[in-house]
Design a protein around this ligand. Sequence first.
Ligand SMILES: N[C@@H](CCC(=O)N[C@@H](CS)C(=O)NCC(=O)O)C(=O)O
Length: 212
Amino acid sequence: MTITISAFERSPDGGMGLARDTRIRWALEEVGQPYEVRYVSFKALKEPAHLAVNPFGQIPTFEEGELALFESGSIVFHIAQRYRGLLPDDANARARAITWMFAALSTIEPPILELQNAKLLESDKPWAKERLPLVQDRIRARLRQLVAHLGDAEWLDGAFSAGDLLMVSVLLRLRPSGLLNEFSTLAAFVARGEARPAYQRAFAAQLAVNKA
Ligand SMILES: N[C@@H](CCC(=O)N[C@@H](CS)C(=O)NCC(=O)O)C(=O)O
């Protein structure tokens, strides 16, 4: 059965790989599964055909036969459970890798999204300038904790896993702000993720569409 994911017809980032279809492409590349892409305009995102797959009218989605999924975390988890290469066999190591998937999405990503909202949606508010440093410091606090955990290790818990894939994907969204480069340990962690051939293929595929 063919796997079809959805992605922006034109990503607002112009192909920097920050739209969340990149993490799905990356997961599929890591496990060696081919896929097709359904490209969706901003208008079509909110139309019934797409809402039937994602009630929130967003990308990415994942369809295979009768299965239709949304939420990038759930899609990466599905891919990691179904194919070898993104989760360890040992039950405890697997549970820890899954924990890192949740940590990426529910502990690290929210303050990063808050920063994006502060910059994109709130910059004209009278309190915007005062609030920005608070939002940035909340991110720094989390990044310091992540650095303390990572130490000299290559990945978050032993071998590369879906936890690393999501954590790298989430941290990449910080790069344009300059905050990532304040933490050399994390900048190097992200660079290791980006250097993986599977990431490079995923990045190139989304770039080709956005530069076309
Ligand atoms: N929690 C969702 C967030 C999905 C999301 O925010 N998607 C963005 C693109 S990366 C989107 O579709 N934005 C357009 C919109 O919300 O209208 C996930 O992880 O899949």
